[in-house]
Design a protein around this ligand. Structure first.
Ligand code: HEM
Length: 506
């Protein structure tokens, strides 16, 4: 027995010594950085309890650190150790923006999602591959002409939602997500955040023993199956076209091929397009060299990434906007007056892209919602090289973290930060403020879908608000009642109810 102990301890000590020799500089530089003044117990107690409370304590801890540093110009960041991982929380908005612009590698925490989406735009860390993919995806799906073509789809979906709301009249609702893909994706993201905030769950055995691995596997199957179906549908459509079906001519499909040329391709200027189709057409085109074709796995990753990044962000922002409008009836009336001014009294007229550009009050409401409830509450990057900033040297491998949620409520940049006031986004107010203090769509590796998102939210909210007055629910009577927790997106929790009252009762 004694022998076993000696063997175990010797192995452990040898491992630690070798680890320190290899990563000594990482730890040395890490310990030179300003530390959070939180005590040891406070720091580790952070991780216990519900995710809602973990997030609250995390933000409180962050704000305490920030307040204790506010008079020291050298302390623009604070270190935290997450096990052996060095996390640097950057509070100085100019410094954060410069780091985000110059470092494109995603933080290692994204690996906790492995098994779900290994690659895809959001996580890809091979930077040349990432840049090429972003160019294609942006060119095919997010060019202005493509974006404009989505208005009718958004409007049709918004009408379905508004009709569904009608059937719930008199009942309290939060929101519903019923699709197997979205349910699966929500589960995956929820498990991911559990692992981020509860470090012991990073140990695979514990994660498995608590049953989370099984839940993850099921959710993975559901989401993958849906993305598979999307690819098969597009392939069938292209095959039918080639066989002389009702689709595009051979000439047009050739025009759509060759993803290197997508920037110049005319099709994006003239009709609906999407990146998955561009990639699949290349896959199916014998003239495109094999090495330039995307693999099925990569394509699945890109499709899932786009859905994951797109659905809950806009969904949650719409939810928070509605809750805030319910709690601020004067602002809601201002929005409604603008809607009547642009669309007239007809509550079901389909909006045009140009009309949506005229919705200035609603746009300010969405921007203010994204300030207080940023769909991506934190952004992280991994430093690939040693970097000197703010008087300190950050070692290679450091995870840089910006708590967007807290930056958007920093009293230095936002007077009365907790107050919902869309007028902060009047041009004169914007000009007065440091532009780096607002980053709902991030920078450097910014959100590829931001124009799409803004348009979707304007269509959805305007459709609902033209038909309904939104009133507070029983459990959410003031701003302080709004409950949130950090997921991959900032999530609205049960109790954040609103009530819809038809504006023109039939
Ligand atoms: C309210 C809506 C949205 C918000 C607030 C938002 C916010 C963000 C943020 C902050 C990032 C960067 C994350 C980081 O720096 O680590 C991001 C990335 C991304 N977003 Fe969005 N997003 C929204 C909607 C969408 C939509 C609708 C789509 C797609 C249709 C989308 C697709 C993506 C993708 C693919 C990335 C990765 C981009 C890259 O790494 O280059 N997002 N988003």
């Amino acid at each position: 027995m004694l022998f076993l102990w000696v063997f175990f301890l010797t192995t452990l000590v040898t491992y630690l010594v070798l680890h320190l020799c290899k990563h000594g500089r990482y730890y040395y530089l890490g310990f030179q950085l300003p530390a959070s003044p939180m005590g040891f117990a406070e720091y580790y107690l952070l991780y216990f309890g519900s995710m809602e409370n973990v997030c609250k304590r995390f933000i409180q801890g962050y704000e305490t650190t920030r307040d204790s540093y506010k008079d020291d110009p050298l302390k623009k960041m604070a270190r935290m150790w997450f096990g052996p991982k060095l996390i640097v929380l950057v509070d100085d908005v100019d410094l954060l923006q410069s780091l985000l612009r110059n470092h494109l590698r995603k933080s290692d925490f994204h690996q906790l999602l492995s098994g779900h989406v290994e690659g895809g735009l959001l996580r890809e860390n091979h930077i040349p591959k990432y840049q090429q993919r972003k160019k294609v995806i942006e060119g095919a799906s997010f060019k202005m002409t493509a974006i404009k073509s989505y208005v009718d789809i958004f409007a049709a979906e918004a009408v379905i939602l508004a009709d569904k709301v009608a059937t719930t009249e008199g009942q309290q609702q939060t929101y519903f997500a019923e699709h197997p893909y979205t349910n699966g994706a929500m589960k995956i993201l929820q498990l991911y955040m559990l692992r981020v905030f509860k470090p012991w769950l990073m140990v695979d055995v514990i994660f498995s023993l608590l049953g989370y691995k099984k839940q993850l596997r099921k959710a993975l199957e559901d989401t993958r199956q849906f993305a598979d179906q999307v690819i098969d549908k597009i392939r069938t459509k292209i095959t039918e076209e080639k066989n002389g079906g009702s689709g595009d001519s051979e000439e047009k499909s050739r025009e759509r091929s060759s993803f290197d040329e997508v920037e110049e391709s005319k099709f994006a200027e003239t009709e609906k397009s999407n990146f998955a189709e561009v990639f699949i057409r290349d896959q199916m085109d014998p003239r495109v060299p094999e090495e330039r074709k995307i693999s099925r796995e990569d394509l699945l990753d890109e499709i899932q990434t786009m859905i994951d990044a797109g659905f809950d962000t806009t969904n949650m922002t719409n939810v928070f906007a509605l809750i805030n409008l319910a709690l601020h009836p004067n602002i809601q009336e201002e929005v409604y007056a603008e809607l009547v001014n642009i669309f007239g009294e007809d509550p079901v007229l389909t909006p045009t892209y140009d009309q949506l550009q005229e919705l200035h009050v609603l746009t300010r409401v969405i921007k203010e919602t994204l300030r207080l409830y940023p769909a991506a509450p934190m952004v992280g990057r991994s430093l690939e090289r040693e970097t000197v900033v703010g008087g300190y040297t950050l070692p290679a491998g450091t995870t840089i973290c910006g708590i967007v949620y807290a930056i958007h409520r920093h009293p230095k940049h936002w007077p009365n930060p907790e107050v919902f006031d869309p007028n902060r986004f009047l041009p004169a107010e914007i000009a007065r403020r440091n532009p780096n203090a607002y980053l709902p769509f991030s920078v450097g590796r910014y959100c590829v879908g931001y124009k799409y998102a803004m348009l979707q939210m304007k269509v959805t909210l305007s459709t609902l608000l033209r038909r309904y007055k939104v009133l507070p629910g029983d459990r959410c009577r003031c701003v302080q009642d709004i409950r949130t927790e950090f997921g991959m997106t900032l999530r609205s929790l049960p109790g954040n109810d609103v009530r819809f009252e038809p504006r023109c009762p039939k």
